[in-house]
Design a protein around this ligand. Sequence first.
Ligand code: C2E
Ligand code: MG
Ligand code: MG
Ligand code: MG
Length: 282
Amino acid sequence: LAKEKGRNNYQLYTPTMNEKAFERLEMESSLRRALEQQEFVLFYQPKISIENGQIIGMEALIRWQHPQRGLVPPVEFIPIAEDTGLIVPIGEWVLRTACIQNKEWQKAGYTPIRVAVNISSRQFQLQNLADTISRILAETGLEPNWLELEITESVAMENGEYTIQMLEKLTKMGIQLSIDDFGTGYSSLSYLNRFPINKLKIDKSFITNLSRGNEDAAIASTVIVLGRSLRIGVVAEGVETPEQYNFLKECNCDEMQGYLFSKPVPAKEFERMLKERIYYNP
Ligand code: C2E
Ligand code: MG
Ligand code: MG
Ligand code: MG
C-alpha cells in the first residue's frame, strides 16, 4: 500500500474511508427518514430553584427512538445533523414540540415553568432564526417569556458582533437567553458584558469533579461571582451529589440541574413531577 501511495491517489479511497463515507450517507438518509416518520422524541430535565427547591424550568433534550437501535443519544447524531444541515429542520421540530408541550402543561393548570431549547451553531448562523421562532410562538400560542434558548459559549464567541445583533433581536422578542457549557470555550469578557443574556450555565465538567477546596470549586464559585457582578443568573448543570449542591448553594448559585434531582425523562414522567409538585428537600 505504501508503494501504491507514491504512485497514485488511491490512499484517498482506503476501505476505512469508504466505510466512513458510506456510514455517513446511510446516517444522513436515516435521519431524513426519522424526521418524516417522527422518530425523534424530547426528554425533559428539571431545573431547580435554589431558593425553594422547586422546579422552575426544564431543558428539552432530543433523543432518537430508532426502530432497531433503540434510544439513540444526541451525541451520536447531532454532529452529523449539523454537518448535513439536517439540524435546521430537526431544530425547528424541537422548538415547535417544546413550545407545544409547554403550552399544553400551562393549559392543564400546572405552575408555569420555562422550557429551554438548545440551539446549534448552524441554526444560530441563520439570519431568519428570529422569524422562525416568532412564527412558532405565534402558532403554538406560547408567550415568549416561557421560552429560553441555550447557545454554547463557543458558538456565541465565534462571531461576537453577529452574536450581539442576533441576541438583541431575540431578547427584544421577550425570549430568555443562556450561554451553555460556560467555561469550556474562550470567552471574551468584554463580549460577555455586551451580550444581552439572562443566564450562564456552568459546564458540567466543572461540577462533576467539584469538591470543596479543589480547582473546579474555585472555577465554579468564580463564575457565580462573575454572573453576580454582570447581573446574569448562574445555573450549574450536572449536579449529582448533596455535597456539590451544598457548595453551590453557599456560593449563591441561582439554579441547578442534574441527576441529584432527576435525569432527563419522557414527557409523561415529567408531567407527573409537575402534577405532584415534586420539590427537592435536602
Ligand atoms: P447540554 O445542552 O449541555 O445538555 C446537558 C447534558 O448533560 C444532557 O445530555 C444531560 O442529560 C446531561 N446531564 C444533565 N445532568 C447530568 C448529571 O448530573 N450527570 C451527567 N453525567 N450528565 C448530566 P444529553 O441529553 O445526552 O445531551 C447532550 C448534548 O446534546 C447537549 O448538551 C446538547 O449540546 C446536545 N443536544 C441535546 N438536545 C439537543 C437539541 O434538541 N438540539 C441541539 N442542537 N442539541 C441538543
Ligand atoms: Mg443545554
Ligand atoms: Mg450544557
Ligand atoms: Mg454540556
